[in-house]
Write a protein that binds this ligand. Structure first.
Ligand code: UDX
Length: 421
């Protein structure tokens, strides 16, 4: 099939490259000319494991353009993969989705063949039906069903492993209200071997939000249990292993530490809470998961102050700035509240991260940015805050380590504390 993808962030680009890998002809559309030029030269404008290699493999049937009108004319279906950032009150910002929808609709108005519009961006339940559809009908002056189809197909991609997650999904969720759209989307995914769930537009939207909110809550849960384990010198990871053997619980996302960051969990949980308020619904479970996640990083500082009550002038080393390993993304990284607290305590802060240093330096230029992890070890205390594999074989024997992400090698430190184990 001829497919167009609006938005070439990690969701749009990974979707485009992987669908091209599955034999479709893909046109990636973005307003950013540098991204478009890079793609047409076979270069990925973002880092994702395996993306460059796959892009080279599919370059004969993947093109990029800034011309959304032409892309719509030349394709049979379009995935909307633009960003849905948070507004100041945590609610979802639909500006990019609305603009993409209007641009698609203006092109569809002059197209006389049936076209399927698919929302893949993470949108609050009800958005596709109540925001996207009215804009499509208004700007195409046509009717859904006879002239165009509409579907919602959420993604479950983790940053850094998005190619793997797209090519090997646990499930594919298709939200539609008409059979023609459903059958075309099932045809697109017919080469995938996982279960395909067909449901309503809003249920598909909710499956995405509920999945992310549950995973975030699962992590906050094990962190809370971890704080209790710490009181009893129980190893939380042994508790998680024991819990995880129960197939109703399952072991993944039970790694206790300093909590969850990134561009998705925080954004999606806050958007769901904000939307619930609109519906006059309370969300005490989600509120508690967020609260725990805000408090957890500060547990590290409290532990540090248990050993060094006055941090003023002390040199504190931080290993890990990215919100998780294998990415340079620092959005909502759990190290941020720790750095903020150490600055307040007037500590001298030395940091190292394999990928995220330049991003972090834009936010905190006055920290000491070391060129190696080893330099950070020469501090009064070392905080381990991102689970980079590079830190696993460091010599911690001369250091006082507070571990926020569970490094077995660090337990051999001169002095060692786990944040919640
Ligand atoms: C997440 C979801 O996993 C993915 O399905 C969705 O599409 C996008 O959001 P991502 O944000 O890329 O993916 O990262 P993920 O690997 O889920 O980790 C999120 C955060 O949780 C990271 O800060 C990570 O350090 C933390 N985490 C993860 C834990 O603290 N403990 C765990 O057991 C797992």
């Amino acid at each position: 099939m001829n497919i167009s993808i609006i938005g070439t962030g990690y969701v749009g680009l990974v979707t485009g490259v992987c669908l091209a890998h599955h034999g479709h002809h893909v046109t990636c559309v973005d307003v950013d000319e540098t991204k478009v030029d890079a793609l047409n030269k076979g270069r990925a404008p973002i880092y994702e494991e395996g993306l460059d290699t796959l892009l080279q493999k599919v370059k004969d049937h993947l093109t990029a353009t800034t011309d959304i009108y032409q892309a719509i004319q030349e394709t049979d279906l379009t995935f909307i993969c633009v960003g849905t950032p948070s507004q100041n009150d945590g609610s979802i910002d639909l500006t990019y989705v609305q603009q993409a929808t209007i641009d698609i609709a203006k092109a569809l108005k002059h197209k006389n063949t049936w076209h399927l519009v698919i929302v893949k961006s993470t949108v609050i339940p009800g958005t596709t039906e109540n925001e996207v559809l009215p804009l499509l009908e208004q700007y195409t002056e046509k009717k859904k069903g006879s002239d165009f189809g509409l579907a919602m197909n959420p993604e479950f991609l983790r940053e850094g492993v998005a190619i793997n997650d797209f090519l090997h999904p646990d499930r594919i969720v298709i939200g539609t209200s008409d059979t023609k759209s459903a059958s075309l989307l099932k045809k697109i995914y017919s080469s995938f071997s996982c279960p395909i769930i067909e449901t309503s537009l809003s249920a598909a939207e909710m499956i995405k939000y509920a999945s992310n909110a549950f995973l975030a809550t699962k992590i906050s849960f094990i962190n809370e249990i971890g704080n209790l384990c710490k009181q009893l010198t129980i190893d939380t990871y042994e508790v998680a292993d024991g819990m995880g053997l129960d197939k109703r619980i399952e072991r993944s996302f039970l790694n206790a530490g300093i909590g969850w960051g990134g561009s998705c969990f925080p954004k999606d949980v806050h958007a769901l809470i904000a939307q619930a308020k609109q519906w006059n619904e309370t969300t005490p479970v989600l509120d508690a998961a967020v609260k725990r996640n805000e408090l957890q990083p500060l547990k590290m500082v409290a532990l540090l102050k248990k050993h060094i009550p006055n941090l003023k002038g002390k040199t504190i080393g931080i290993l890990g700035l990215a919100f998780k390993p294998n990415t340079d993304d620092i959005r909502e990284s759990r190290v941020i509240p720790i750095v903020e607290q150490l600055i307040k305590e007037k500590a001298t802060i030395k940091v190292f991260d394999p990928k995220a240093m330049s991003n972090f330096q834009q936010l905190y230029p006055l920290l000491i940015y070391c060129s190696t992890a080893k330099e950070v070890l020469e501090s009064d205390a070392v905080l381990l805050t991102t689970a980079w594999s590079e830190f696993s074989n460091l010599d911690f024997s001369q250091s006082f380590v507070i571990d926020g992400r569970r490094f077995p090698a660090a337990s051999k430190a001169k002095q060692y504390e786990g944040v919640c184990w």
